[in-house]
Design a protein around this ligand. Structure first.
Ligand SMILES: O=C(O)C(=O)C[C@H](O)[C@@H](O)CO
Length: 266
């Protein structure tokens, strides 16, 4: 028996658009609800969500038998945390603040067993190998890893061609909020200059045959990104969905008008 098939990676290779949602509540129970709501993928956010390794592992467990694929984002692309997430069954990784091809190559190696990388052998202890029941796990695991690097500042943009060309990088995700901040538009990811930079980045990523990813909490902005050619996109977060739903419920009961939508969003 082999490592589980990475359905998200397969879909990107076949050119099937993948619709996603951000999970930042740090709850396996909430993640299970999100994962049974029809999205193709869910980002378990350890960069900004209150998530540590066991909590991300619990959410990976909650998603295990659902149709929604789990993507995990550690706070940083450090080999030690990638190793723990791998053994808990994560196969698709979103790594923040990648600025160079050298950094991308180190990530490719951290996620793979020798001779292609430096991943330590211990998955028999974890969910990744179904607790040592998947006989061929270690010899098949490398093929099912999906690495998405996040480019979200001017340094990363300047190196976009070199980063996208790295073998083992499956996709490049543009972080619009951080990119906007680095470009002098803090809090305004929809600024025209930022959109122009994203348009350019998407064309370079596509030229290297890699998938283009992005996120937003604004539906009009999502339509813009889709028209630009996004191959996978998160269109909201559990936090903003919850805030909107509880506010609307209360206002509807009281007959109050909805507040004006806030521009941008992050
Ligand atoms: O820069 C970005 O945009 C991201 O990295 C996504 C963020 O973490 C955040 O905007 C999610 O709400």
């Amino acid at each position: 028996m082999s490592a589980p098939k990475n359905t998200f990676k397969a879909a990107l290779r076949e050119g099937r658009f993948q619709l996603g949602l951000w999970a930042a509540l740090g709850s396996a129970y909430a993640a299970e609800i999100l994962a049974t709501s029809g999205y193709d993928w869910l980002l378990i956010d350890g960069e900004h969500g209150p998530n540590d390794v066991p909590l991300m592992g619990a959410q990976l467990g909650a998603l295990r038998h659902t149709p929604t694929h789990a993507m995990v984002r550690p706070p940083m692309g450090e080999a030690w945390i990638l190793k723990q997430l791998l053994d808990q069954g994560a196969q698709t990784f979103l790594i923040p603040m990648v600025e160079s091809a050298e950094q991308a190559r180190a990530l490719v190696r951290a996620l793979r067993y020798p001779p292609h990388g430096i991943r330590g052998v211990g998955a028999g202890l974890g969910r990744a190998s179904d607790f040592n029941r998947v006989a061929d796990y270690v010899t098949t695991a490398n093929d099912e890893i999906c690495l998405i690097v996040q480019v979200e500042n001017r340094a990363g943009l300047a190196a976009i061609d070199e980063i996208a060309a790295v073998e083992g990088v499956d996709g490049v995700f543009i972080g619009p909020s951080d990119l906007a901040a680095d470009m002098g538009h803090l809090g305004n990811p929809g600024a025209p200059e930022v959109l122009a930079a994203i348009t350019h980045a998407f064309s370079r990523i596509k030229a290297h045959g890699k998938a283009r990813g992005i996120m937003t909490v604004s539906l009009p902005q999502a339509a813009v990104y889709r028209d630009l050619g996004a191959d996978f996109m998160a269109i909201g977060t559990d936090v903003n969905c919850l805030v909107a739903a509880v506010g609307d419920l209360r206002r509807q009961f009281l007959g109050e008008a909805a507040p004006a939508a806030r521009g941008g969003g992050y």
